[in-house]
Ligand binder design. Sequence first.
Ligand SMILES: Nc1nc2c(ncn2[C@@H]2O[C@H](COP(=O)(O)OP(=O)(O)OP(=O)(O)O)[C@@H](O)[C@H]2O)c(=O)[nH]1
Ligand SMILES: [Mg+2]
Length: 385
Amino acid sequence: MAAPAPPPSDGIGIANLPNQRHKIVAKRGAHFTVMVVGESGLGKTTLINTLFATELSSAKNYARRHQKQLDKLTEIEIIKAELEEKQFKVKLTVIDTPGFGDYVNNRDSWVPIIDFVDDQHETYMRQEQQPQRTEKSDLRVHACIYFIRPTGHTLKPLDIEVMKRLGTRVNLIPVIAKTDTLTQHDLAVFKQRIREVIRVQGIRIYQPPIDPEDEASAEHARILADAVPFSIIGSTEDVKTPDGRIVKGREYLWGVAEVENENHCDFRKLRSLLIRTHMLDLISTTEELHYENYRQQQMETRKFGEPKVKKLDNPKFKEEEEALRKRFTEQVKSEESRFRQWEQHLIAERDRLNKDLESAHAEIKRLEAELDNLQVGYGRSSTRR
Ligand SMILES: Nc1nc2c(ncn2[C@@H]2O[C@H](COP(=O)(O)OP(=O)(O)OP(=O)(O)O)[C@@H](O)[C@H]2O)c(=O)[nH]1
Ligand SMILES: [Mg+2]
């Protein structure tokens, strides 16, 4: 296996920000929210725990806060932690969503996740409209990590559908889950294909900004951009490598897949982007781009103070509504023709039964007449006696 990567030495990044921004953040304290999304069982929860185990284990108040019940199938879990470095505080919130895609009838089980993102913008906007701007509760998602199943083929239609919707709402960061299950070659091909689908489908993903003034940071941003979708190995287990190091990783007969080894996966790049180099950019693009988009869209479709427009009234959903209506009409039509067939079958059956009834009646009449005849005959013979 390749040589181990050096241990992380740089801090959480807030302390290294350029001076002005640095001061603003220092005064307010940063509030950073990350969300993980993707199909069931891809290692979302494990990645969160890996992040905490490799970097955030010293974090204060690492606590499971509460679960938000969205519907029967989807429960969103919110974890809060506080990071502190050289007097700079970061309030970190991680939103763990349950996987979608593994129930029989759940094509739309990801809808509550999209709604959750919108609802956070909505809640924030409502608070902004209040006359007293006290401390706002703010769960607007600054980074959304989207997990892709390591099939080695390409993105699934479900992924494309969900990623498209997320990309226009949040900073979307796609990752390939469980990279240790792919060979280096297959991973490279898979990455290339995913990048191609993202481009062709016009899926919006987060692009680390390239600062032409600062060659070092521009280079770093380019390296990060080239690595997307980040390949991920998640594990909180300490394992021993063949050369005797103890690392976070996954043990196999062939060796150890190391979380923090850059030759094995991009975990370090992702962590660096999130909590070192691009935390502030993720926060500001959320404010300036995604939240602003949401606000504008809502302003166009409703009056000040009016409650949130019902989905189907919103122009954004007109297309979906149209498709839904078409599907509904088709379903009704096919049901109707099925019903008509059934009705005709019933009529035929009724006619058949009526005929049976008629012949049964005729038979009864015939038998009654026969009985009468017999009785008449019996009467005659008894008077003869
Ligand atoms: N090989 C491999 N297995 C992993 C990796 N990450 C997680 N797993 C395993 O995959 C299984 C599912 O992991 P979870 O973290 O519970 O997955 P999840 O995405 O949170 O699943 P849901 O909450 O059900 O959506 C567990 O058995 C993990 O140990 C990884 O990087 N590589
Ligand atoms: Mg989970």
